[in-house]
Write a protein that binds this ligand. Sequence first.
Ligand SMILES: C[S@@+](CC[C@H](N)C(=O)[O-])C[C@H]1O[C@@H](n2cnc3c(N)ncnc32)[C@H](O)[C@@H]1O
Length: 303
Amino acid sequence: MIHQPVLLQAILDFLKKNEISPLNIVDGTFGRGGHSQALLKEYPNSRVLGFDRDPESVEYGLEHFNQEISTQRMQLIKANFMDIKNISKAGFALFQNQAPDFVLLDLGVSSPQLDVSDRGFSFYHTGPLDMRMDLEQNLTAAMIVNEWSEKELSDLFYNLGEIKFPNKVVRAICHRRKDRPIETTTELSDIIVHSDGWRKKGKHPATQYFLALRLKVNNELENIENSLKGLVEILSPNGLLMVITFHSVEDRIVKHLFKSFKDMGKILTKKVIQAERLEIKDNPRARSAKLRIFQRGEDLCEE
Ligand SMILES: C[S@@+](CC[C@H](N)C(=O)[O-])C[C@H]1O[C@@H](n2cnc3c(N)ncnc32)[C@H](O)[C@@H]1O
């Protein structure tokens, strides 16, 4: 499936309404480069420094954005956005050592990551229980499912999956793995379906279990918690940090962190921005997307 950049029009409308034309853009979650490409087109003087922790996203970008790269309008780096602040200390050559005036994070996984069965993110495709965004890291979903204790699994599904009563599923997992390890996505989702059944129409019973595993495998919540402050600090005065989330757990973190940054600037989205009906019809993934925007103040002193 092609990755459609979520809330793209909302972002462009926001920038236009506020008469902001970004010049030095950091895309911390490059993916398929959908947002980056549209921003480069809309702002002909801009350039994009794109980061992704998934080497396949970076490879895709290097292949498909050849022209932008050769004309020095784009540079791609395989890195976690958690490390951007550190990387920025050496100065961004692409920006001629100027600070970025726009940082975008579009969190979670991209449609291609979900659709390639080998990556193990989806219960709709049989693949290894992997779920790593960064293929160089060690921990996989299979290791959690097969090696964690019953209590650890229950806590994980309760806290990150927001599943009130995960015990039946956890018991079924622990019972089943005594015979042989659970190795594939569909083996796991079958166990969940058999022990939990379909409770909510239209929502696969494995959804929240897979989400919890993915968040843990990739340390996604910790990455957000440990990054946002640094990303505001690298912005130029009045620069913008935009964050798109897809789940209540991560949105809550962004909301609270933005509030705690009150000495560094201001929140520009008193009301969170969500997709219009038309976008959701076209791209159901946009249904749960929430965009929050923070603007760095004029006189932030860096430590
Ligand atoms: C929702 S997709 C982004 C899609 C992109 N905006 C587009 O329009 O094509 C999220 C991407 O961010 C990457 N990602 C997630 N967490 C990351 C992190 N902590 N550091 C760097 N990249 C990350 C994923 O590998 C994935 O490719």
